[in-house]
Design a protein around this ligand. Structure first.
Ligand SMILES: [Zn+2]
Length: 372
């Protein structure tokens, strides 16, 4: 079996669930190993790069220096990568179309002014499209772009998309807030920002980047209900078989943007995951378990490797099913398990990797969120 119907497709059309079940059943019947193998070969996915500041003087963890950013663009140009406009790429993936190998999208979160001042001229020089995720309450404030700058960028390949109104941690409740109140507030954060983007910039893509890359299962359901596509900050390429409420991106801030790792990241392919239930990232477990089930008959299953806070994860394998646990107690805050598996390539070709990452969110021992 392989993932025919994504979570978001299934969840957004509940009235047709019986029809989809029939389709799903038929697809399972024809999902021979040959077809699965073909899928492995053709699911190149879409690598989405995620930047914040392009600046030498802003906080290192969320910044890529102009020199490194210039190297990234040069590497893409020198190695025949195609940089695609993100809204166009998502429309294609959602309709089940594959993208060409070596297709990349460039995104920036928060609409900091260094994107206009520093990144934009380099992108124009290379004639590359890009997308900026905007928290609309911050437009025109000091250190953020102005509406006029955004309009100028639109005329040269930029698109603008949703990063909520006020850049909140979506999964957190306010003091004393009930679930229904929280949900109303979350919907307003998303829909309110989209209205500003429509009104100020005539942009209406229903694409949302989660602030801090944080979400919970209920947030994913709200994204489905509202008909959006959403992006996290867990690494890996996006797949047309993936969860459109939780597409991955490769963070490029600080050490994650190193030019040494860049070729491996931009050439990576989606992990061939059998669709399973969505996983809640919030955990109170010391060493939470990640289960992965892979499909395909030419996989280097014995070479799957996962890293977690503290080092290599413990992996037990049963056929193409894996149980993965980090080596030590997860710290409070955000952390991830990152898994890679070498792609079987023809001799002489550069090695590429299937890539998947899982976010975990953990509270402090006193029950408060970290960082506060
Ligand atoms: Zn942000």
């Amino acid at each position: 079996m392989y993932p025919v119907i994504s979570h978001s497709q299934r969840d957004s059309v509940p009235n047709f669930s019986s029809v989809l079940l029939v389709v799903f059943g038929l697809k399972c019947l024809i999902a021979t190993s040959a077809l699965a193998s073909e899928l492995n070969q053709t699911d190149y996915g879409l690598v989405i790069l995620q930047y914040h500041h392009i600046d030498d003087d802003t906080p290192a963890s969320t910044s890529t220096t102009p020199a490194v950013f210039r190297e990234h663009l040069k590497y893409l140009a020198d190695n025949d990568y195609v940089v695609i406009d993100l809204p166009t790429a998502i429309t294609r993936l959602r309709s089940g179309q594959d993208l060409a190998p070596r297709t990349v999208a460039i995104t920036f979160d928060d609409a900091f002014d260094s994107i206009y001042q520093t990144a934009f001229p380099m992108l124009v020089e290379h004639d590359l499209p890009f997308t900026v995720f905007v928290s609309t309450d911050y437009m025109n404030r000091p250190h953020y772009m102005t509406t006029a700058q955004m309009r100028e960028m639109q005329s040269q390949g930029a698109s603008f998309a949703n990063h909520t109104k006020s850049h909140i941690h979506l999964q957190r409740y306010l003091n004393g807030e009930m679930e229904a109140e929280w949900e109303t507030r979350i919907r307003e954060e998303i829909e309110g920002a989209e209205q500003v983007l429509i009104g100020q910039l005539a942009e209406n893509h229903k694409l949302l980047a989660y602030p801090y890359g944080e979400y919970n299962l209920r947030v994913l359901q709200i994204i489905d209900d509202l008909g959006y596509t959403a992006f996290g900050q867990q690494s890996g390429p996006a797949s047309r078989h993936g969860d459109f409420a939780l597409l991955p991106r490769f963070p490029m801030g600080g050490p994650y943007g190193s030019i040494e790792q860049f070729p491996t990241k931009v050439s990576s392919r989606p992990m061939p995951l059998v669709e399973t239930a969505r996983l809640e990232p919030f955990t109170d477990q010391a060493r939470p378990i990640l289960n992965l089930s892979l499909y395909g008959d030419r996989l280097r299953l014995h070479q799957l490797a996962c890293f977690a806070p503290g080092g290599a994860a413990a992996i037990t394998r049963d056929g193409s099913q894996f149980t993965i646990r980090g080596p030590e107690t997860l710290p409070a805050g955000r952390s991830r398990y990152n898994c890679t598996m070498p792609v079987r390539v023809t001799p002489g070709s550069p090695q590429t990797y299937h890539w998947f990452s899982q976010l975990w969110l953990k509270k402090l021992d006193d029950g408060s969120w970290h960082p506060g």
